[in-house]
Design a protein around this ligand. Structure first.
Ligand code: UD1
Length: 340
């Protein structure tokens, strides 16, 4: 059993990772400023895991606070989720992204180094591959960036590489493909503020009746049905990958890994699957392409299997079913024991 610091642990991926760590018998300390999460999630995380996490409210930019967290808890490893992640917003407010994402990692590493904590899992993204083309993309593919958000993630990866060359860091870089879905309990899930940027949360809001229809961004891509194809990975699988990653670091095994299923689904396939889960066909309209989108991206997941023994097991139907359960549980104010 280890004690893991989760920055951004009240967020979408962080909350699921807390549950997976608790199930694996680890202690967790969460640092979150609740800038993009609801404080009510902490009690629901506790209901799912059978015990509430220790939560420190604050920012990864607050080095004094980080110092106190490391002084008060015997942290064995860190999983660093706290960051900004909206591509469009990053184009409008790049400095915020430099500060929170790059400055946040740097501040965290300085505080961790002062406390002698050298194991860190970094939340990265398949966006660092730019447009890898129609092939299962391996970790060795060239990296590039086309917006400030992607720039910050790539820069953070490079900072970690250079720091690890000079100091005893043991780093796990996880490049997520498209995380979707929710915990099967219906108690935790993704809760974007305002209009969702990403496909599944948008479709979920259409299904629950909060938005009238989905806009499909282009049906003239070189894919079988013409819509964009992505490697959607269930957030519960992704959470398990984090447990395996931090446990590998505790064992001294650094790694850089894709986390995906190795399969690609189109926008229309996802809309149909969500319609099956929700029990009705969902309205959509094809509009023009979104700037910066690529036709297809999917992982070569073989290195994660070889190095962590990790394999994603949940399919698109499970992702839609669990997202839909979460949407209905939220709509009912979490009063139903079984929102089925
Ligand atoms: C996006 C980000 C990526 C980020 C990831 C986080 C962009 C260009 N990329 O990836 O940097 O790491 O989210 O999960 O924003 N789509 C629609 N209608 C919609 C929304 C999306 O048709 O309302 C389509 C898109 O064109 C794409 C697919 O759905 O083909 C998936 O889109 P999205 O969920 O936004 O993910 P990515 O673009 O892959």
């Amino acid at each position: 059993m280890a004690c893991i610091l989760l920055t951004g642990g009240a967020g979408y991926i962080g909350s699921h990772t807390f549950v997976a760590l608790a199930e694996a018998g680890h202690d967790v300390v969460i640092l979150d400023d609740f800038s993009n999460s609801d404080p009510g999630v902490v009690a629901r995380m506790g209901r799912v895991a059978g015990r509430e996490p220790t939560v420190v409210r604050g920012s990864v930019l607050d080095e004094a606070l980080l110092g106190r967290v490391f002084a008060e808890h015997r942290i064995d490893g860190i999983i660093h989720f706290a960051a900004l992640k909206a591509v469009g917003e990053s184009v409008e407010r790049p400095l915020d992204y430099f500060s929170t994402n790059i400055g946040g990692l740097m501040t965290l590493m300085r505080a961790a180094r002062a406390a002698g904590v050298w194991r860190l899992v970094f939340s990265s993204t398949a966006t660092v591959y730019g447009d890898p083309g129609d092939r299962a993309v391996p970790e060795t593919a060239p990296r590039s960036h086309t917006n400030p958000y992607a720039f910050t993630k790539l820069t953070c990866e490079q900072m970690l590489e250079q720091a690890a060359a000079a100091e005893p860091w043991c780093v796990g870089v996880l490049r997520y493909f498209n995380p979707v879905g929710a915990h099967p309990s219906g108690l935790i899930g993704e809760d974007p503020r305002g209009l969702p940027n990403n496909l599944m949360p948008y479709v979920a809001k259409v299904a629950i009746g909060a938005l009238p229809e989905l806009q499909v961004f282009g049906d003239d891509y070189a894919t079988p049905d013409g819509t964009g194809m992505r490697d959607y990975v269930h957030v519960v699988d992704l959470a398990r990958a984090h447990v395996a990653s931090v446990e590998a670091l505790l064992d001294g095994r650094a790694h850089t890994l894709n986390i995906g299923t190795g399969r690609a689904n189109s926008v229309l396939e996802l809309v149909e699957a969500y319609g099956r889960a929700a029990g009705r066909a969902l309205p959509y309209r094809v509009v023009g392409r979104r700037a910066g989108d690529v036709a297809i991206t999917y992982a070569d997941p073989s290195r994660a299997r070889a190095e962590l023994g990790f394999e994603a097991t949940l399919d698109l139907d499970a992702m839609c079913r669990d997202s839909w359960r979460w949407m209905r549980a939220q709509a009912s104010g979490f009063r139903l024991n079984d929102p089925e």
